[in-house]
Design a protein around this ligand. Structure first.
Ligand SMILES: [Zn+2]
Length: 234
């Protein structure tokens, strides 16, 4: 399996959103906005999509990296992607779904229903055109990936487990903003159910999983660069 992390933006962000135990902090930090692309045999899988709306970016203070120009170093174009896994239906994870061809889509039932209510028309159209697997609890793809609904960050927010080279990884969705949420056992500050988030973190720590979050700049320091904003994890 090949696995890449793609950083499409950067911004400052409040620490109290990253850590539940800092509710009164006004302190800010710098975060990444990213998604993942995996290749396995002849199958290409995107895990979340990013977004591109300039107005939304402005509202959140996000600077886009322009990573689209770098994507050709790992895939021909987004139309070749066979499957898109959506960890949850927040804009930064789903709003570029319309750029893909006709992938199979994996998403929790709860966040699918939410997406049909709240996403842009082009995203709703895409959901209606594609084969969507809606997951209530767990979905195992090809003995390779295990998609599991956690429901900590959002009601249906999900994570993806996999094993490679005898190491166990978890793509955390926003159940962790940073690797440190898992490593230091510090639940996130933005949640639908902090109990569900806490349980996920404790279990992942117990099982010594390697976290792959979506908002951690360290991922882009820690793994080797393919281009400016793309690193190779596997
Ligand atoms: Zn996010």
């Amino acid at each position: 399996m090949e696995l890449y992390a793609i950083k499409f933006g950067e911004s400052s962000f409040r620490l109290r959103h990253i850590y539940r135990d800092m509710p009164n902090s006004e302190e800010t930090t710098k975060i990444a906005w990213s998604y993942y692309i995996a290749k396995f045999n002849d199958i290409t899988i995107a895990i979340d999509t990013g977004f591109r709306d300039e107005n939304v970016a402005k509202k959140w203070g996000i600077t886009f990296t322009g990573v689209e120009q770098e994507l050709s170093s790992i895939i021909d174009n987004l139309a070749v992607v066979d499957m898109v896994i959506i960890t949850h239906s927040h804009f930064d994870h789903i709003e570029n779904l319309d750029l893909y061809g006709k992938p199979e889509i994996i998403i929790s039932k709860t966040d699918y229903e939410n997406a049909l209510q709240q996403c842009s028309h082009s995203i709703i159209d895409k959901l209606n055109q594609c084969h969507v697997v809606t997951v209530e609890n767990e979905y195992i793809y090809n003995d390779l990936l295990r998609f599991r609904v956690i429901g900590g960050h959002s009601k249906g927010s999900s994570v993806v487990y996999f094993e490679a080279d005898n190491k166990h990884y978890v793509i955390t969705g926003d159940e962790c903003y940073w690797c440190d949420n898992l490593i230091s056992n510090r639940p996130i500050g933005v949640y639908a159910s902090t109990q569900n988030n806490e349980r996920f973190i404790i279990e992942s720590q117990r099982d010594k999983l390697i976290p792959l979050p979506f908002h951690d700049l360290n991922i882009f320091e820690q793994y080797s660069n393919i281009t400016n904003n793309i690193v190779r994890i596997l």
